[in-house]
Design a protein around this ligand. Structure first.
Ligand SMILES: C[S@@+](CC[C@H](N)C(=O)[O-])C[C@H]1O[C@@H](n2cnc3c(N)ncnc32)[C@H](O)[C@@H]1O
Length: 234
């Protein structure tokens, strides 16, 4: 027991020593990142508590339940976006001056992005597309708490989803890999060509697919890895 306590103390001293030896700029950056993390955690907790939502949890892709088995191999984990991350994209989208009709969340999970957008921004309708039925059920339970009649969640593979006509803000929080994204773009290219719809991409790992499909980048934050993309008007 005494030996265990002694080794814990030495480990701690070692860690403190390493931290103290770091350059001042690194120390300040790491403290500032930790403080930002705490502020975001408080904001997210307050947001969910205020509306009585449950968007919690982290679900590994292999643990997701879905009947869309061919899409499962391309899925990323379920995790709700932070209020700060979605706000950055919605604020940038607002600066374009486009009055969007629909907010579409591809891979909507328990619905956090739709609820945040509905609470703070103006859209006519909010549609979440999610391929895991239990997550759609969780999002539907959240709608009851949130109390809105212009939000809906559909259980579908985003690859097959057809955008409604009009100007859409299509939001993604790194939900899936290239194969699904490319298929979704292929099925909706006509809608992007005929409207001023924008893709808002948080944790934009496959943004090159958008460039390859002819989209231009309107905004990108290298640090947060968030970006906005639009198909150029003729
Ligand atoms: C990182 S979570 C994002 C959750 C939510 N959009 C948010 O921002 O809080 C990604 C979600 O995409 C879903 N997903 C993965 N592949 C999908 C597909 N092909 N079609 C629809 N949803 C998919 C996953 O089940 C997961 O819930």
């Amino acid at each position: 027991m005494a030996h265990h306590t002694e080794s814990r103390r030495m480990q701690l001293q070692g860690r403190i020593g390493t931290w103290l030896r770091r350059p001042l700029a690194h120390k300040l950056r790491s403290l500032s990142n930790k403080a930002t993390g705490v502020v975001h955690w408080i904001e997210d907790t307050l947001f969910e508590q205020w509306y009585g939502l449950d968007c919690s949890g982290f679900i590994d892709p292999h643990a997701l339940e879905t009947s869309y088995s061919s899409a499962l191999a391309h899925s990323r984990a379920y995790q709700a976006v932070t209020c700060a991350a979605i706000r950055e994209l919605l604020d940038e989208a607002k600066k374009t001056g486009i009055v969007f009709e629909h907010f579409i969340d591809l891979g909507s999970g328990k619905g956090k992005a739709c609820f945040y957008a509905a609470a703070r921004y103006r859209f006519r309708r909010f549609i979440g597309v999610e391929f895991s039925a239990p997550l759609v059920q969780a999002a539907d339970r959240n709608i009851k708490k949130f109390g809105a009649d212009n939000i809906c969640f559909v259980n579908a593979d985003a690859a097959d989803f057809c955008l409604p006509a009009g100007d859409n803000l299509v939001y993604l929080f790194n939900p899936f890999g290239e194969a699904i994204l490319v298929e979704f773009l292929k099925n909706n290219m006509d809608k992007f060509r005929r409207s001023r719809s924008i893709i808002a991409y948080a944790n934009d790992q496959h943004r090159l697919c958008l460039a390859q499909a002819g989209f231009v980048t309107l905004f990108r934050n290298q640090e947060s890895q968030s970006s906005l993309h639009q198909y150029p008007s003729p």
